[in-house]
Design a protein around this ligand. Structure first.
Ligand SMILES: *[C@@H]1O[C@H](CO)[C@@H](O)[C@H](O)[C@H]1NC(C)=O
Ligand SMILES: *[C@@H]1O[C@H](CO)[C@@H](O)[C@H](O)[C@H]1NC(C)=O
Ligand SMILES: *[C@@H]1O[C@H](CO)[C@@H](O)[C@H](O)[C@H]1NC(C)=O
Length: 321
């Protein structure tokens, strides 16, 4: 599995630079029959470019280019649409809560957007989850209940399909506006989305996994875009058993990854951590494990002979006198 994943990442890495999808995420929390809160945000892959101020009912553009080529009037129309949507959504869910045996508190998540595929086609999607489990999705304008959602999901889908106008609007947003916006925002944010930032890498040892064993940790941080390749190597040979952490975001839109290897203490010397990233243009970062050993080695190889030489010289001088 990890192998396949990294192969995929490597493929992506050569094919695309930067994000390829836009999605709006809705998180609605229903605390009790009278209290609900909606959160909204807009993302290019995993980079957030928009927020939603639910008090004022307005979008927050987190980047100067987050609007793409959507005009201010269109932004105002969309904001109004979302205000109405959040209001009606909350009302409808609260209205149907007892019929659907939804027990407070519960949370509903929605994700909708569009994605640029290789070849230039753009595919739209919409999925909903209840309490963290898939609940429904939309395919070809049809609500498809998720198996995890059981009968509740099926009834809910049948109900939703009666809201013809809402479905028409959602379809327009997903199939017309989203692709247009995605292309324009990928263009307006190009300088930032397609930038190349070099990683920094450093080594440390983690908590010992057991007696006589070492946990070697290779940290790689501050790189952009996301695809990266980090391995522990012995010469040109990849070491098996590497654990990769999740890719974690830094605040400045760069990423962090850790690759750890559990080895017998005697086998650590000679291992190196190798990092490949598009920003490095083929100049891989290679860090060798074993600084304590090399300091010891320097001591033995340089300082001790120098001391011996000094002592010899001193003795020689003394004898000549
Ligand atoms: C509903 O939940 C909110 C937020 O947790 C709380 O402040 C409020 O008192 C609750 N109302 C009732 C009627 O339980
Ligand atoms: C949606 O439409 C496409 C092409 O028209 C078709 O290939 C696909 O199977 C359809 N999906 C569903 C769930 O009907
Ligand atoms: C916005 O950008 C998209 C994609 O580049 C384009 O198709 C559309 O015509 C543009 N709209 C306006 C109003 O400029």
């Amino acid at each position: 599995m990890p192998c396949l994943f990294f192969l995929l990442v490597l493929l992506l890495f050569t094919a695309f630079q930067g994000p390829t999808s836009f999605r709006v995420i809705q998180i609605s929390s229903f605390a009790n029959s009278t209290w609900a809160h909606n959160q909204g945000s807009g993302w290019l892959d995993d980079l957030q470019i928009q927020g939603w101020n639910s008090d004022s009912g307005t979008a927050i553009f987190l980047k100067p280019w987050s609007k793409g080529n959507i005009s201010d009037e269109e932004v105002a129309e969309l904001e109004e649409l979302f205000q109405v949507y959040f209001f009606l959504f909350t009302q409808e869910i609260q209205g149907y809560a007892s019929e659907f045996q939804l027990e407070y508190p519960f949370q509903i998540q929605g994700i909708a957007g569009c994605e640029l595929h290789a070849g230039g086609s753009i595919v739209s999607f919409l999925r909903g989850a209840l309490g963290g489990l898939d609940f429904l999705s939309f395919e070809n304008d049809t609500c498809v209940p998720a198996p995890e959602g059981g009968i509740r999901s099926r009834i809910f889908c049948a109900l939703i399909m009666q809201y013809k106008i809402a479905i028409y609007i959602v379809k327009k947003l997903l199939v017309e506006i989203c692709p247009r916006y995605l292309l324009s925002v990928l263009y307006s944010g190009k300088a930032e989305l397609q930038r190349q930032v070099k990683p920094e890498a450093w080594l440390s040892s983690g908590p010992s996994p057991g007696p006589g064993r070492l946990l070697l940790v290779c940290h790689v941080s501050g790189f952009y875009p996301k695809p990266v390749w980090v391995r522990w190597m012995l010469g040109e040979q990849e070491q098996p058993g590497i654990q990769h952490s999740d890719l974690l975001p830094n605040a400045d839109w760069t990423w962090y990854l850790r690759a750890t290897l559990d080895v017998a203490a005697g086998e650590a010397a000679g291992l190196s951590c190798r990092v490949k990233h598009s920003s490095l243009e083929g100049q891989d970062i290679i860090l060798h494990w074993g600084h304590p050993i090399s300091i010891g080695f320097i001591f033995l190889a340089i300082i001790v002979p120098s001391l011996i030489l000094l002592v010899c010289l001193a003795l020689w001088y003394k004898r000549r006198w």
